[in-house]
Structures are given as structure tokens and as C-alpha cells.
Design a protein around this ligand. Sequence first.
Ligand code: PLP
Length: 440
Amino acid sequence: INRFPPEARAVSTNAQLFERAQQSIPGGVNSPVRAFRAVGGTPRFIARAEGAFMWDAEGKRYVDYIGSWGPMILGHGHPAVLEAVMQAARDGFSFGAPTEREVELAEEIIRHVPSIEQVRLVSSGTEAGMSAIRLARGATGRSKIIKFEGCYHGHADALLVKAGSGLATFGHPTSAGVPAEVVQHTLVLEYNNLEQIEEAFKTQGHEIACVMIEPIAGNMNFVRAQVPFVKRIRELCDQHGALFVFDEVMTGFRVALGSAQSVYAKLIPGFRPDISVFGKVIGGGMPLAAFGTTRQIMQQLAPLGPVYQAGTLSGNPVATACGLATLKEIAKPGFYEALGAKTQALVAGLTQAAQAAGVPFVGDSEGGMFGFFFTHALPQNYNVVMATDKERFNRFFHGMLDRGVYLAPALYEAGFVSAAHTDADIAATVAAAAEVLKAE
Ligand code: PLP
């Protein structure tokens, strides 16, 4: 797997490419977090990837714990997925007409997620989240939505209110270019804060269309919505006729085959969200996302109902082939047990390495998603996450990168393990961490 000799590629260094990129692309990147602004240094320009590894333009190899920010749950270039994509590409890139594979993918998603009776496929998590909100507003006839600080649901205008992820890098609570009028119906509350959600429903319950949440917030590293919090939101939504939207763009098919909602359903008997939003894993690395709910609510969508939603590339044949092949692999027996065990081993190894070095450290994981913080206890909300030791995180990030381990380049981002990561890869990562932490 270590084929890919540097001399085959080392035409330009990462620094040269970054310099060149900044001439033609703002900040040199097509999505802000890639610019390494949070951690400093030069972004690595990736030339290729295979299995658990990526190689940069200079031919340096990294164990990849970003996995394209979540989608690459099987690792890069899984043979079955590759074959499906190549076959689909040969059959045609895009038709703008329905295909059988879209139906198959919809059926596959529905089969694994009992709260969903119908889905619509779109091209990005942003689009899916935006459409889910329009649907919730259309179905309830209400305008107000609730989101939580530190949760990122894509960059739709109404959701860029103290959003996390890339925005936090630049320290902006909201984005320029979003008129105040557009976000006036968005209430931003503290994650895991029961009092605030009670108060919001008490005062405005009859106006709230939906509550949108990242059930395990990967855009503030890794913060679980506490069980009583989720349970109470469910009750409040039911009492007040609001819809509960689970943004599972990151957690969907990543933390469990039934997604995060299946994790909560084990802890809250009968629990179901109303609307679910998916992305990342369901596209297996291709631009594909979805939103779904009951048949009754989905009938509100065009062409059946009054809520408009559309897309030239929605349900793209190559993307659906990629997603479908990915879902078939991850549905195989034992997949999540193995993935979860590996991810737990990684977090346990990192924790031990930190303990041995006397560095405060906590980590957590669910399925193939993990997070860690340089502090003593797992944070419960955004402010606590942002108060953890950023300088230490940044030193750790660069120490690991130097040693060929590619972690998310910001302390408020989650990490991902794939099925292609071996026990040896995990062990090598832990050994690198021990070395880096010892120097602290
Ligand atoms: N929702 C969540 C929870 C996400 O993590 C992301 C992206 O990271 C999005 C929505 C937006 O998805 P996309 O980047 O595909 O637009």
C-alpha cells in the first residue's frame, strides 16, 4: 500500500501549491477549515488516498482520521465501491430523469432508519438541512426554528447564527451577507441546556416549526446531547406541535447502522425524531445527501405538495452508485462492532498516552466517530469546548502531522476511523501520540 514514490509526484511542494492556490481561490481552499487557519501552518495538498492512508503532493504518507470529514467509512478506494462507481460512470454521468438506483438507495436508507418512510436525495448536507427546515416550516405553517450553539447544519442563511466549524476559526458569531431579517426566526440556544429549551417553548411554543440538533455534535469536536435533553425536546415538540429534526449528516450511518437515533432509541424507549437529515456516509465520498420523514410530511414536497425543492444533480447516478455500494458494505454483519472496537481502542490508547505524560485529556467515541479534548472532563456545550486548551491541541496536531497522522485541523472538529484502519495503524497512531505528548 506504500507504493506512490515521492519522485512520481513531487513537482510542487505543499507550500508552493498553497501559494499558487491563493492566487485563484480565496484563501487557497474551497472550504474554509482546509486552510489550517485554526492550527496554523501549510495545508497539505492531497495527491491520492488508499485504504486508511493519504499521500500529499510531496509524497508523504498520513494515516487519515478525517476521511473526507466523515464519508470514507470504508477507507479510500474500497474495491466494491470503486467498481460500482466505474460501472455507473460508464452508463452515464447524469440524466436528469429518474433511475432505479435512486429508488434502491432510498429503500436502503429507509430499511435501516425506522423513523423514515420516504426520503428525497440531494447533493450536499447544506442542501438537505435547508430543505428539511423548509419542509418543517411548510408542514407546520410556522416560521421559528431552534438550533443550538456549536451545532453546524450547513451554510444556509437562516442557520448561520453563531454556527460552529469554519466560522469559529474566524471568530464571527454570524456571517456577513446574511441580512438580520433572514435569521430573525432562528433561536440559538445552549446545547444540553434544559432550562433554555423549556423557556423557549413556554414563551414561543406555538410559533416553533422545528428544533434542529446534531445528536452527537461533531462540529464541536464530540459532544453528546444528553439523554434527558433529547427526551425533553421530544416531549416539548409533541406538546407544542413542533417537529424534531435530527441532523445526522455526520452521525448518520457513522455511529451505527441505524444512525444516532438508534443509539438514543436504546436509551429512550420508542424514541424517534420527526425529520432526519443525512449526508457524508450515504454518498460514500460523492456529493450526495438526503432528508426524510414520514410519508405524510414528505407528501408536502413538490411535485405532490406546496413545499418546493429540486436539483439538477439530485440523485446523481454515479453518486447513488457510490452511496449504495457503501451502504451494502456497512450493512454486513459485525461491521459496526469491529469499527466501534477500533475507534474505542484508539481513544483508549490516546488517553493512556496522555495519562503517562501527565497531560489532562478526555476522549469519547461512538461507532466510527471520535473526539478528544485537552481538559479534565467531557465538555457539554460549545463554550466549554472553546475553553479547552487550544495551544496544546495545536501543538499536538502538528506533532502528529509531522509523524504522518492526519487529524482534523481544528479543536472543534470530530475525527473518523474507517474499516480500513488496522490495529497496527491504531497502534502506530498511539505510539506517535505518546511521543508527542511526552514532549509537553
Ligand atoms: N450538518 C452537519 C452535522 C455537518 O457536519 C455538515 C458538514 O460538515 C453539514 C450539515 C453540511 O454538509 P455539507 O458540507 O455537505 O454541505
